[in-house]
Design a protein around this ligand. Sequence first.
Ligand code: FAD
Length: 427
Amino acid sequence: MSPRASSSPGESESSRYVPPSIVGEGYPLSDRQRGLLALVARLGRERFAPRATRYDREASFPFENYDDLRESGLLGICVPERYGGLGADYITYALVAAEMGRHCAATALTFNMHVCTTLWTGTLADDLDMTAEQRDEHERHRRLHFERIVKHSKIYAQPFSEANPAAASGKAPFGALARKAEGGWILNGEKIFASLAGAADYYGVLCTEDKPDRSLRDTLYLAVPAEVPGLTITGEWDPLGMRGTVSRTLLLQDVFVPHEAQLMPRGIYYQAATRWPHMFFTLAPTYMGIAQAAYDFTVQYLLGEVPGMPLKRRDSPTKQIAVAEMCIKLEQTRALFLRALADARVDPPKAARLRAYAAQYTVMENANEICRLAIRTCGGRSILKPLPLERLYRDSRCGSLMLPWTAEVCLERLGRETLYEPGESEA
Ligand SMILES: Cc1cc2nc3c(=O)[nH]c(=O)nc-3n(C[C@H](O)[C@H](O)[C@H](O)COP(=O)(O)OP(=O)(O)OC[C@H]3O[C@@H](n4cnc5c(N)ncnc54)[C@H](O)[C@@H]3O)c2cc1C
């Protein structure tokens, strides 16, 4: 942790708390990672954080932030270099997303939906088994998809949630259906909580091939253009937190998409979901960023370094203990977060899969707990708008609700998979 020039009471008044790196001081980073983190930290401090209050108040999409992401090349962060992207790997992306989450969580969370469409179809798909024919098809399709992002700055959303949570939690086939048609697919269904609704150029819709005896293996992942006939966006968006995600409902009524809309060949999404479980851990970095931001705010507040709030409260032993508790929780969260990132790979051992559930649960629950402690410690004036703490608190509450790995799903899986092997009867 960090970082004042002097720590004894009464020492230099000019000392300032410098918020530490999201990975903690001394963590080994490549030059590439250091450069990308510095870029996002600068964008976050100078552009995203000052705009966050407005997006939150209006529950409006952070379009200006996406202009910055476009200009800085970050829309293609996980597009492999041979397709013109920045070629960042899983860990690098997750660290960048965590840094972004410190400054504007709604931007980081929506950015995750966009980036996952490139991570999953890019490096992650390279790890999966495909026939030569499937590999050729995938290569042709993803080339188009990557080109849209790198050359034409298109933005993707990732709607998989449906009214019946069994599908998004991986327990049942998606209710949205795609019927094979001449030259492509015809889609029908409804997707709830589609972040980037009205802002995305393409929606990466998870659906099931319409055929008898549908199973999870029949999942299709199709890029649906925003302007296609039959696609409508409905519903209000006025939630507790993460208000800038604009996660409204998508209705798909006889929407036709051509064959090349397939972001993965048939059956490959199912393989990814079962063999690359950390693909679902990418929602956690945003909340790691929130946890760090709430801690940073608290220290700055107690030091009297929050602009407009020059109250020095650091001499209270109770406040010192609260900071210590927050620091311990933050470092525990970070340690498990970094360990889960290091574990991410195809076919991870059982222990790593279980640790991923534990890490997701810990990041999501602790982000909210750290925000709660921050408010209790800083007191009433700290929750006034436009200070960021009350927004962090509200945003942090959303983390453990995110399927497919909600806090409850993580508990359930962790318990069951510890005590039973795959396929073993629970009788
Ligand atoms: C800010 C925000 C942005 C979002 N963005 C997107 C997005 O871009 N794309 C997208 O697809 N979805 C998105 N979601 C949706 C999210 O992933 C969930 O699908 C949604 O929160 C589910 O709401 P629900 O009312 O249907 O809750 P339910 O899923 O019905 O959950 C209710 C409760 O039951 C538990 N539960 C649900 N299923 C299971 C299970 N199988 N086993 C054990 N417990 C279970 C949950 O933990 C929860 O406590 C977003 C959600 C939020 C809050």
